[in-house]
Design a binder for this molecule. Structure first.
Ligand code: NAD
Length: 424
C-alpha cells in the first residue's frame, strides 16, 4: 500500500522512490505503525552555503547538504557527492539507502550522505580544494569520528578526502584520520579502499554467475559509468575471465563486441579525463548501451536510469546495481513481471565500499594497519555472509532479492530503535 509522503523538504522523485521501497518492505515484514515513520525519515539535515574565491578573483557561493538518516545503530556513515544536479531529496534518499546497507551487512553504523551542487569538472584544482575545505569547515559542528563519518561518492575522490581530513585535523589541533574514509594511503587510507566498491560488485556478480551456472569465459559485461566503481568492477571482472564489451561516461559510450581493453581505456582517461574519442570501440549513446545484449549489465553512474520505458528492453541476464538507486520503483515492477533478469540490488551489490570504509575507520582508531590480502579476505567474507542471509530471506518469505535485502536492513534498524525506545 503506498502512503502519502509527509515530508515536503525532501520531496523529489528519488526520495519518493526510496520511500516507496521502504513502505513495501515495511508492509512485507508488518513493521508496527509506531516504528514506521521514525525508521523511515531522516533524523536531521544541514544545508550550508559555501562562498569560495575563484581563480579570477570573483566569489561564487555554492550550496551543500548533509543528511543524517539514522544514528540509532552507530555513527552515521556515507559519501559526499559533487554533482550539478544534487538536491536535498536525492541526498536524503542516498542516506536512507546507506542505513539499510550498513545494517544489512552488519556494520555498526547508521546512514548519511552529503552533496554539493557543483560540476567539479568546471572548477580548477585550487577552486575544488577551496570548496572541499569550506564544505568540511561548515560541517565540523555536526560531524566527528563518533558522530558522522563522510567518504567519497560521485564527483569526489581520495584527494578530496585528504583535504577534508586535513581541514578537520587543523580544527581539532591533532591528526584525526578517522573523520573521513577513502583517504590516500599516506594519510591513513586503507589498502583496497579505492578498489573496494567495484571489487565487491565484481565478486558478488561472480558468485551469482556461479549460482546460475554461467561460466565467466562466456560472460559479457556492459558498464554504464566508468569512474571509480565502474572501472574497478571492469578490471576485476576481466581478471576473473569475463569480457567487458561496453563502457561509458557522461560524454559517450564505447562498444566493442570483441572486448574493450580496460587498462588502455584507463590510460586514455588518465590523460584525457573523459572517454570521448577513445578508439577502443564504436561510439554509442548511454541509452543504447543499457539495451545491449549481454550477460551482466552494471549501472555504475547515476540513479533512476532503468525506467519503465527501457526496463522491458534490457537484454541482460544479471543486473548488478553498482550505482545507488539505478532502477525506479516502476521499472522494478516491470523486471519482476519479466522474471528473466536476476537483480543484485544496490544495498548489497555496492556495499563493498562502506565495508572497507569501516575497515579504514577501525585501522585509524587502532593505529594498526592491515595488508591488502587481509582487507580483501575480510571484505569477501562479509559479502558472502550478506548474500547468504539475503538468499535465505528470499527462500523463507518468497521475496524478490531487493525486497529480501531491504527487509533485512530495515528490520535491524527498526529493532535498534525499538530497543532504545523514545527519548522523552
Ligand atoms: P565517479 O565520479 O568516480 O564516477 C562516475 C562515472 O559516471 C563517471 O565516469 C561519470 O562520467 C559517469 N557519469 C556521470 N553522469 C553520467 C550519465 N548521465 N551517464 C553516464 N555516465 C555518467 O563516481 P563513483 O564513486 O564511481 O560512483 C558511481 C556510483 O556508485 C554512484 O551511484 C555512487 O553513489 C555509487 N557508489 C559509489 C561508492 C564509492 O565507494 N565510490 C560506493 C557505493 C556506491
Amino acid at each position: 500500500m503506498s502512503k502519502v509522503i509527509v515530508s515536503s523538504l525532501y520531496n523529489s522523485p528519488v526520495f519518493k522512490q526510496a520511500c516507496r521501497q521502504f513502505d513495501q518492505a515495511a508492509d512485507a515484514i508488518s513493521l508496527p505503525e509506531t516504528l514506521r515513520d521514525r525508521t523511515k525519515y531522516p533524523r536531521r539535515c544541514f544545508a550550508v552555503s559555501l562562498p569560495i574565491q575563484r581563480d579570477d578573483g570573483s566569489v561564487t557561493v555554492f550550496e551543500g547538504y548533509r543528511v543524517q538518516h539514522n544514528i540509532s545503530t552507530g555513527p552515521s556513515k556515507g559519501g559526499i557527492r559533487f554533482h550539478q544536479k544534487v538536491t536535498i531529496g536525492e541526498v536524503a534518499a542516498l542516506a536512507m539507502w546507506m542505513s539499510w546497507k550498513c545494517s544489512l551487512v552488519g556494520l555498526p553504523y547508521g546512514g548519511a550522505k552529503g552533496g554539493v551542487i557543483v560540476n567539479p569538472n568546471q572548477l580548477s584544482e585550487s577552486e575544488l580544494e577551496r570548496l572541499t575545505r569550506r564544505y568540511m569547515q561548515e560541517l565540523i559542528p555536526f560531524i566527528g569520528p563518533d558522530t558522522d563519518v563522510p567518504a567519497p561518492d560521485m564527483g569526489t575522490n581520495e584527494k578530496l578526502m585528504g583535504w577534508m581530513m586535513d581541514t578537520y585535523s587543523n580544527h581539532v589541533g591533532h591528526i584525526s584520520p578517522s573523520i573521513v574514509t577513502g583517504k590516500p594511503i599516506a594519510l591513513g587510507g586503507s589498502q583496497g579502499r579505492r578498489e573496494a566498491t567495484g571489487a565487491g560488485v565484481a565478486y558478488l556478480t561472480k558468485r551469482y554467475l556461479e549460482d546460475f551456472k554461467i561460466p565467466l569465459s562466456e560472460t559479457t559485461v556492459v558498464i554504464q559509468g566508468f569512474g571509480n566503481v565502474g572501472s574497478e568492477a571492469a578490471l576485476a571482472l576481466v581478471d576473473y575471465g569475463a569480457k567487458v564489451v561496453a563502457i561509458s561516461d557522461y560524454t559517450t559510450g564505447i562498444y566493442n563486441p570483441q572486448g574493450i581493453d580496460i587498462r588502455k581505456a584507463l590510460q586514455y582517461i588518465a590523460s584525457q579525463r573523459v572517454l570521448l574519442d577513445f578508439d577502443g570501440g564504436e561510439p554509442i549513446t548511454n541509452e543504447q548501451l543499457l539495451e545491449l545484449e549481454c550477460t551482466v549489465l552494471i549501472p555504475a553512474a547515476l540513479q533512476r536510469v532503468i525506467t519503465p520505458e527501457n526496463a522491458g528492453k534490457l537484454r541482460c541476464r544479471i543486473l548488478s546495481e553498482a550505482a545507488n538507486g539505478p532502477t525506479t520503483y516502476q521499472a522494478d515492477r516491470v523486471l519482476e513481471k519479466r522474471g528473466d533478469i536476476e537483480v543484485i540490488p544496490d544495498v548489497i551489490c555496492n556495499a563493498g565500499g562502506v565495508i572497507v570504509s569501516y575497515f579504514e575507520w577501525l585501522q585509524n582508531r587502532q593505529n594498526y594497519y592491515w595488508d591488502k590480502e587481509e582487507v580483501m579476505t575480510k571484505l569477501f567474507r562479509i559479502l558472502d555472509r550478506a548474500k547468504e542471509s539475503v538468499e535465505a530471506q528470499m527462500r523463507r518469505y518468497g521475496f524478490s532479492r531487493r525486497l529480501a535485502a531491504q527487509t533485512l536492513g530495515i528490520q535491524r534498524v527498526a529493532d535498534a530503535k525499538q530497543g532504545r525506545g523514545l527519548f522523552p
